[in-house]
Design a protein around this ligand. Structure first.
Ligand code: PTJ
Length: 273
């Protein structure tokens, strides 16, 4: 079997441009960024599949940031601002789609950024480290001298930075499978998740779940951080305390159900005309 031909795929991508008036242009351009990350060797093929699952949920939501997601983002930013050691965890998909916004958010809330990969390899870690260096920060998780292990987690995600996730009080994870959130919770850490699937294990296990596409959620959280960062600790704590994750996920599911019901009714109405 021949090896994967990166040049072949790059040539195909270069020759096909997405028309400016294509109704799904933004979504297709997002895909292209992931494919580019794959050809660069830091997004895994499984990351492309994971994105497709996210897109399906985004389609059901209506490809917009809904009110419950905004409420969750406000609580998440407030929690990051009052945390003593907040860490934003990044993987291949996050690096490909929102690296610049992760850096902006980390600066606004004074968080560290750490690379943590399910399909861990030295070369992927170095590539992701370079991306963040280009955006002006040195990330944790790349230096094996500082490696600690999360207990009760058997995937490569157990390998974390002793100066970062291991000692963090709050960890923000995005586009991630469920195991690590559960392991972080067992260590009494607060977990914020960005996940388009409201029913995923990550979504259900996290303290604050933001059901939104990372390409919308991260820039929005940067704006919210700029608005909230001068609030008193007391007021920020009130925002966090008044947030109920289960109720918020229920509101997301209600949104999806009523949106689908209304589409179904209009299709039925048209067919009866
Ligand atoms: O880079 P690595 O090695 O750490 O691997 C990362 C992947 C994505 C392959 C790994 O974490 C994985 O397999 O994830 P899952 O189990 O497929 O879960 C990903 C979750 O993120 C799913 O619930 C998706 O619906 C959701 N998701 C996908 N794309 C987005 C998303 N949520 C928000 N924004 C997206 N763009």
């Amino acid at each position: 079997m021949s090896s994967f031909d990166v040049k072949y795929w790059r040539d195909i991508l270069r020759d096909v441009s997405i028309p400016r008036d294509h109704p799904r242009r933004d979504s297709l351009l997002t895909r292209e960024r992931l494919v580019e990350g794959f050809l660069e060797g830091y997004v895994v093929p499984q990351g492309l599949i994971a994105h497709g699952r996210g897109e399906a949920f985004d389609y059901l939501i209506g490809e917009i940031t809904i009110e419950p997601a905004l409420e969750a983002m406000k609580a998440a930013v407030a929690l990051l601002l009052i945390s003593r050691r907040p860490v934003i965890s990044v993987n291949g998909n996050v690096a490909a789609l929102v690296a610049e916004h992760v850096v902006d958010l980390a600066r606004e809330v004074n968080a560290l950024v750490e690379v943590n990969l399910f399909y861990r390899s030295r070369s992927r870690i170095e590539k992701i480290r370079e991306i963040f260096k280009r955006h002006g920060i040195e990330i944790l998780g790349a230096d094996e001298a500082y490696e600690c292990t999360l207990p009760e987690l058997f995937s490569e995600r157990r390998r974390v930075d002793c100066r970062g996730i291991y000692v963090a009080d709050t960890v923000l994870v995005a586009v991630e499978d469920g195991d690590r959130t559960e392991a972080l919770k067992k260590m009494s850490k607060k977990v914020i998740a960005v996940d388009l699937n409201p029913l995923s294990r990550t979504s259900l296990a996290a303290d604050i779940t933001i059901v939104d596409n990372i390409v919308r959620a991260f820039p929005t959280m940067v704006k919210i951080a700029r608005e909230l960062k001068n609030m008193s600790k007391n007021d920020l704590e009130k925002i966090v305390k008044s947030f109920d994750n289960r109720a918020n996920i229920a509101k997301v599911l209600d949104h999806i159900c009523s949106r689908l019901r209304s589409i179904a009714s209009s299709l039925m109405y048209e067919s009866e005309k």
